[in-house]
Each structure stands twice: as C-alpha cells, then as structure tokens.
Design a binder for this molecule. Structure first.
Ligand code: C2O
Ligand code: CU
Length: 468
C-alpha cells in the first residue's frame, strides 16, 4: 500500500482525515484502483490550507458526494467505453459548467455555456453522461468565469482505464497547479493586464495536489505510473526527474508509439504527461520531480523508495494499447488558416461568464468577443468525415498551448523542429512557429478552440469550429 507522507500536513495542524480522504483517490496502487460509473460533484466554496501556513478563504472546488471532507477536486476514474455519469450541483454563488478536457464526447456534454449548454445557475444541476472513447490521463474544469473558478481551485484529474493497461507496482497522479496568494495566504488579483498581454500572470505559491512539494513513497525497484496534469492557468512546466530513470509512455493521453527515456519534458496548461518511473533499488533513496525553467527552478514533488527492491525493469514493461485514431487523408485535406496574433489593445465589454475587461489577442485577426448567446461566426465549417489541415502560425513572441474541444489533431510538420506525428488535443505552439495540424472532422457540433493560458483565452485568443 502506497502512503503519502503526511508529516508536513500534520505540522500545519490539519486533520489527517480531511486530507486523507481528499487525496485518497490521487494515490492508489494499480490493483486497488476503483473505477466508478457514477459520481455527484458539488461546486462549492471552501477554505483550505494552500501555502502550508494560512487558511485561505474563497477557495472554489468540486466536492464528491462520497467524500464530504475532501478539499482537492476528486480524481475521477472511468473505464474506457463504459457509460459514466456525473451530476454537477452548483453551490457557488455564480453560474458554472464542467468541460471534460481531452475527451471526445458528444457536443452537448462538452460544457461550453451558450455554445453547447445553458449555464448551470446557483442551486441548479446538470447531468453529464458519456462514455470515454480513449484511455489515458485527462482532466475536468469549468468553462465559465474560468480564470477565477480555475484559479481558485476547480481543476480535477480524470483517469480513463483500459482493461489491457499493463500492471504497475504503484500509481501516483499529480495535479500541478499554483495559487496567487499574498503574504497573508489570501487570494490576490488573478491577473495583471500587462502580464495578460505577455506570458500570463503566474501564481505565487507552487502546488502539486494542493500541497507544497508533497513527498510520496513507492516500492524500491518498482515501476510507478506517474500521471501528471498541468492544470495551472498560466505556467509552462519544464519537467525532469532527478535520481531515477523514467520512460515517457504517453503525452496528452496518447501512448507514445515508441517509448523514450525522459530527459526534459515541456508541458503547458492543459497538457498531460505519463511516465513510467523506475524507483531506485536502495531503500530510502529519494527521487525528485523538478521544474527546471530557468529563474524559477523548483522541486515539485519527491518519491522515496521503500521496502526491498522489486528489481523490476523498465524494459519489461509492456506497451500501452493505442487509442483509436482515424488517419486524415492529407492529399485531399482542405487547408484552414489558424493565425495567432496580438491585437490592438481594446476594452472588452462585460460578457457572460466573466470578461477580463481587456482584449489583447486574436485568432485569424478576430478577437473573441466573449461568450454570448449570439456568438460570432465559426472560424470554419467542417464537413463530417472530411479531412482538414489547420495551418497554425504563431505570430507572437509567446508560447500558446492551443486546445481543441471534442476532437484530436495530429502534428504533420513544424517550421522550427522535428515533430513526431503526435496526436493531441493541446498543441504547445512556440514563438514564431508554423505548424500543420490535421484531423478528420469526426464529431458533429460547435467545438471551441482556444489558448489554454486562461488570460489569453479570456482576452481574445478563442474561436470555434463547426462540424456538420
Ligand atoms: Cu481545458 Cu476549453 O478547455
Ligand atoms: Cu496563449
């Protein structure tokens, strides 16, 4: 049984029970993993210890019916292809919805107010029902007043299991996200306009599973499945492991066709990284997960080897089975421009679902006017079953994780780097990069596409495609 180290929490005077149940779902050994077909999630206001010292007011989170004392949104576990339902009950004092990031599900379950569903008002509820077609590491979050709601806590992990998944000696899921707190541990303004017009506004307290540098334990010489989600609203992580080898086994839920040894992996908001971590043989050795971005380098979490070495080898780990994928027909694909640019700064009118009050960014020169009952025309209308290539051009000196709802795309080529033909829902576009992303328009409906640096999303870098 894998236990987290609760010492730091105890020191901070927090009940074990509260955290024990809250994080229980995040750490499971693979044999005891328990998938549920039905959950009830209450969107609630809460207080939580986020910086290890102060109780922060105004936290927003999802509380699962069975775990009334939990703080971090529960890590949901589903079985691929099996019916799943989540009832969202809104106990916040503002509207909300849930978007299931990376899941190729029906449009009306996608959680975008006005485009796919009405608001879920205070006191109301909404039943999300779907079957996840792909296995892997995903996450969920609101699509309403997102900078505040996500910034204050509403980002949860979602794991889709495949019955053919290889056995690991342990599994540890880590939700990477920060908090913008002042010295007194209370929330400060979520963004600064001058940062929103650049890389976005960073948190002041670095977090992993709602803790500062949590310490985990795992069997010596064992193979651990490490599932990482970058659910922060701003931060781009440059991840490395110190003290052990690990293979990259999946990125953005998609198994790597060829596993490779992790050196440094860069993931932006919205992205996921699955690692097979080979724990050291010597009991007591500590492995560190580091974010190595220059000037902000940080240990994110640690893993201590416990027990006698299991002497398992990475080489013996069977591959993950591939998710279904329809190969786009590149020869006959229609080309669609997708130009990311800055725009003349403008004031944005108050819109549904929280406006930042500013416009800084645009897709195809059009800044998104905000969610409304009467949205602008789609960026493109796609015919069901046809192949398309998005010609993404990042004309800005900033990195943008571009996320498409409801479908995945495959990377064809980049002007800046050798890219494997990765399949993803969130492509991290580098400054001045031109990249071709292809897909078969396989899922009917209106699908939002936006930068997942939430300040960029909410100040213009959003659009949508219509599949009919
Ligand atoms: Cu993580 Cu619009 O999505
Ligand atoms: Cu961006």
């Amino acid at each position: 049984m894998i236990q987290m180290n609760r010492r730091s929490l105890l020191k901070a005077g927090l009940g074990i029970a509260a955290y024990g149940t809250g994080l229980g779902a995040a750490i499971v050994s693979s044999e005891t993993a328990n998938a549920a077909s039905k959950v009830e999630l209450e969107a609630v206001n809460a207080k939580a210890l986020l910086d290890g010292q102060h109780l922060t007011d105004g936290v927003m989170t999802y509380r699962s019916l069975g775990e009334p004392d939990a703080l971090m949104p529960p890590t949901l576990r589903l079985k691929r292809g099996e019916p799943f339902s989540a009832k969202l009950v809104n106990r916040l004092d503002e509207p909300t919805t849930i978007h299931w990031h990376g899941l190729r599900i029906e449009n009306r379950m996608d959680g975008v107010p006005f485009l796919t569903q009405p608001y879920v008002y205070t006191g109301d509820s909404f039943d999300y029902r779907f079957a996840a077609p792909d296995a892997g590491t995903f996450w969920y979050h609101p699509h309403c007043n997102t900078l505040t709601q996500m910034g204050r806590g509403m980002t949860g992990m979602l794991i889709v299991e495949d019955s053919k998944d290889p056995q690991f000696d342990a599994e540890i899921a880590i939700n990477l996200r920060d908090w913008r707190l002042g010295a007194d541990g209370q929330f400060i303004e979520q963004f600064k306009p001058r940062d929103a017009a650049r890389n976005g506004t960073f948190g002041t307290v670095r977090g992993a599973n709602w803790q500062v540098q949590p310490a985990y334990e795992a069997p010596s010489g064992g193979i651990v499945r490490l599932r990482l989600v970058a659910s922060d609203v701003t931060r781009i992580y440059q991840l490395r492991l110190d003290g052990a080898d690990a293979d990259v086994i999946a990125v953005d839920s998609q198994p790597m066709p060829e596993r490779f040894r992790l050196e440094t992996a860069v993931i932006g908001p919205g992205q996921r990284l699955d690692l097979a971590l080979r724990m050291p043989d010597v009991e007591g050795s500590v492995v560190s997960l580091l974010d190595t971005r220059p000037s902000t380098a940080k240990t994110v979490a640690t893993f201590k080897a416990i027990g006698q070495s299991l002497k398992h080898r990475l080489e013996d780990l069977p591959p993950l089975s591939a998710n279904p994928w329809q190969e786009p027909d590149l020869k006959n694909a229609e080309q669609i421009p997708l130009i990311l640019s800055a725009t003349a700064e403008g004031g944005a009118k108050e819109s549904f679902c929280g406006s930042l009050g500013y416009t800084f960014w645009a897709i195809n020169r059009v800044p998104w006017p905000g969610d409304s009952a009467d949205p602008t025309a789609p960026l493109a209308e796609l015919k069901l079953g046809k192949s398309y290539v998005f010609n993404l051009e990042n004309l800005t000196p900033h990195v943008h994780p571009i996320h498409l709802h409801g479908m995945n795309f495959q990377v064809v080529s980049s002007s800046l780097r050798q890219v494997p033909p990765l399949i993803t829902d969130t492509y991290l576009a580098l400054p001045d990069e031109k990249v071709q992303l292809s897909l078969v328009a396989e899922n009917p409906g209106d699908w939002v596409m936006h930068c997942h640096i939430i300040e960029h999303q909410k100040s213009g870098m959003t659009s949508y495609v219509r599949v009919i």
